[in-house]
Structures are given as C-alpha cells and as structure tokens.
Ligand binder design. Structure first.
Ligand SMILES: *Cc1c(COP(=O)(O)O)cnc(C)c1O
Length: 367
C-alpha cells in the first residue's frame, strides 16, 4: 500500500466557485487565474471545473501550452507578458494575449516580425509598485503601442494592493479612471478580493481576474471566511493515522518536546509532514495547536511538525484507531470542512502559500 497521504481536487467546488465569482462580477467576463499550476491544484486537474470561464490567465508559456493541449480555444492572457523576444513567437503560435508592463516589452513588440497583430493588456502602476507604467507615462506608451502594426487591440489593466483590507481601492481606482477615461479598449482591475468586496460595481469593468477564490480560500480571511463568501474548498489534503500512542502525565511529544501531556491522553501519528507541504510553523504547544479533523471531528495538532509526521490529540475522538482518516484541510468524508485559511493563519501565512507549496511527493487526484 502506498503512503496514505493524498490531495483531492474537487471539480464540483471549482465549478461552484467560478459561478460564485461570475455572480459577483455582474456582466464582467472572468479570467480564471491558473498561474502556479492552478495554485498547486494542477492545470489539467483544475481544467474540468474551470472550463466555463471566459479565459485563462497564466504566467508561463508552458501553462498556456497545456491549456491548448487540453483543448481550450478561448482567450489566454500572459499576466507578466513576454520575458524575451522569442516569447512573442509563442504568443503568435498559441494565440495568446499578453501584458505589456515595461519599455523592454514595447521594444520587443516593435521589433517583432509577424503577420498577425497581437492583442495586449497595457498595465498601469497605480500604487502597487511592482509592474506597470506610471500614470504620467501611460498615455504616451498607449499612443506608441497603438501606432505599432504588431499590435491589434489594446486593453487597460491595473492591480490593487489593498483590495483585501481597510485602505481599499479608491485611490488606485481614481488614478486608473482619470488616466484611461477617454481611451478606447477593455478594462480589467479586480483580483478575487476586489471582485468580492466591490461586487457588481463598475470596478468589475470588462474582465475580472479571480484566482484564490476559485480555489475556495477567502482573500480577506479572517475578516470574512470562505464559508461566509459562499466558497467551497477545491483541495482536500487527507492522510491517515499510522500509529496511536498512549501518553502519561508528563510525557512529551516530538522534537524539542514542545508539548507536555498534563494528564493521561491518546495521540495519533499522521502520515503528513513538512515535506508534504504541511507547514512546520503550525503550532503544537500546550498553549496553541493547529486545527485538524480526525474522522471528521475537529481536534488539534500536538508537538512540532516533523518532515514526515505530525501528532494529533485524540481526546475528542476516542474511537479513532490506526488507519483513521485525517483531514489536514478541506472536506472530510463526513462532509465536515476545515478551511485551508484556518491552517494558514495558525502557521502565520495565507491559503495561497499552502496550496501552492503542496509537496511534490503528494499524489493528486480529482474527484
Ligand atoms: C495572481 C493575480 C491575480 C489573482 O489574484 P487573487 O488574489 O488570487 O484573486 C489577479 N491579477 C494578477 C495580475 C495576478 O498576478
């Protein structure tokens, strides 16, 4: 028998979450963001649940090629655009739309030899200060692109730095609108947080670009949970108890003996560790554990996470024996749900990081 850990990708949940984002976005079309191998879910496994999107947004040409191999004939957007001139040949071959965020990309386009003009998304830096042209330069770059025979349609985009928090989107939205207001072309501004929190407002524009919400994680947790947003977990990480230990008062658990039993108790040893992508930062001290489901019953981790194992308190599940189902995040067999966001918060990170850091040794299957 193989080691009992497995990640399950829920096609029905992806489909549901896509519909949820469509509803939030009003009349806007939806790019399903599937960068980072569909946020760790696997593009091929996520595709059946997301094929109802209007387009797919990726970072790597290989991800775009995979989508074409899967039979996707609709729009694909390269979110960081071309990295070198020959990427533009691939854009022609695979019929990709691509972001233009810097002068080097404009120069690549101007030097590109093609019979088919390309569709581009011109990116404005409205305050995130990662990619894009400053508003003062934006219109001049637009004019330069519009004059190039290599360029067909030009759309406008920006990315919010604070859509998930108190500062909000007002300042960046005002800059974007003021700079682009009389320019022709479609517009795209919203990630998951912006589309959910500012749903059905003009900010959803022509295209929204949700990623994390499609995978069932709340972009603004803990202010609102995935459940509160009507999102379902798209990934379940399941394993089993491979041993059970009876502890006496004063016994300790794991490396560094960070957990000390205060009274006799049973613990289970789970076949899941940090080499599987379960964060070593998950607390397991007496003061604080990390939530986990054993046979669908909520309990907590005890002791440090090691490379291949983590221990769980079985006090709440006295019937649990070797072989019992353990849900590290996602949906248990009894339908109980443990949000990846809760585990991420315990580990001091976000759901995005946990799903994209799933260990390469974990088998992934769809259901
Ligand atoms: C990753 C990304 C998104 C999706 O963000 P989420 O927070 O996952 O919804 C949208 N737009 C751009 C430019 C991105 O890089």
């Amino acid at each position: 028998m193989p080691r009992p850990i497995v990640a399950t990708i829920h096609t029905d949940a992806l489909h549901h979450n896509l519909q949820r984002m469509r509803h939030a976005a009003g009349t806007a079309r939806v790019w399903a963001v599937v960068k980072a191998n569909a946020y760790g879910h696997g593009i091929a496994l996520a595709y059946p649940g997301l094929r109802g999107a209007d387009g797919f947004a990726v970072l790597d040409l290989s991800e775009a090629a995979t989508l074409r191999e899967l039979g996707w004939r609709g729009p694909i957007l390269l979110l960081e655009g071309a990295f070198e001139p020959r990427d533009l040949d691939a854009c022609s071959r695979l019929d990709l739309w691509h972001v233009v965020h810097c002068d080097a990309q404009v120069a690549m386009l101007a030097a590109h030899k093609t019979h088919v003009a390309q569709r581009v998304f011109l990116k404005m830096n409205t305050g995130m200060n990662r990619l894009g042209f400053a508003p003062e330069r934006y219109r001049a770059v637009y004019a330069r692109l519009a004059a190039l025979p290599q360029v067909d349609d030009i759309s406008h985009m920006t990315h919010f730095s604070d859509a998930d928090g108190a500062p909000g989107i007002t300042r960046q939205l005002a800059l974007f609108d003021a700079t682009t207001q009389d320019l022709p072309g479609e517009r795209s501004l919203c990630n998951s947080a912006a589309a959910l929190r500012y749903a059905s407002t003009a900010v959803c524009a022509d295209w929204v670009r949700p990623g994390i919400a499609l995978y069932g994680s709340a972009p603004d947790y803990p202010e609102r949970s995935a459940l509160a947003w009507g999102l379902q977990p798209a990934m379940t990480l399941t394993s089993r108890l491979i041993a059970v230990q009876q502890l006496q008062a004063g016994s300790t658990v794991g490396y560094g003996s960070t957990y000390v039993a205060q009274a006799p108790m049973r613990i289970g040893i789970v076949a899941c560790g940090y080499a599987d992508g379960y964060p070593r930062h998950c607390p397991g001290s007496n003061a604080q554990g990390t939530p986990v489901l054993v046979e669908g019953v909520r309990t907590r981790t005890v002791g440090r996470v090691s490379m291949d194992m983590v221990a769980v308190d079985l006090t709440a599940v006295p019937q649990a024996a070797q072989g019992a189902e353990v849900t590290l995040w996602g949906r248990a067999s009894n339908t109980a749900v443990l949000s990846i966001d809760e585990v991420a918060q315990a580990a001091g990170t976000v759901g995005y990081e946990l799903m994209t850091a799933l260990g390469s040794r974990v088998p992934v299957r769809s259901a």
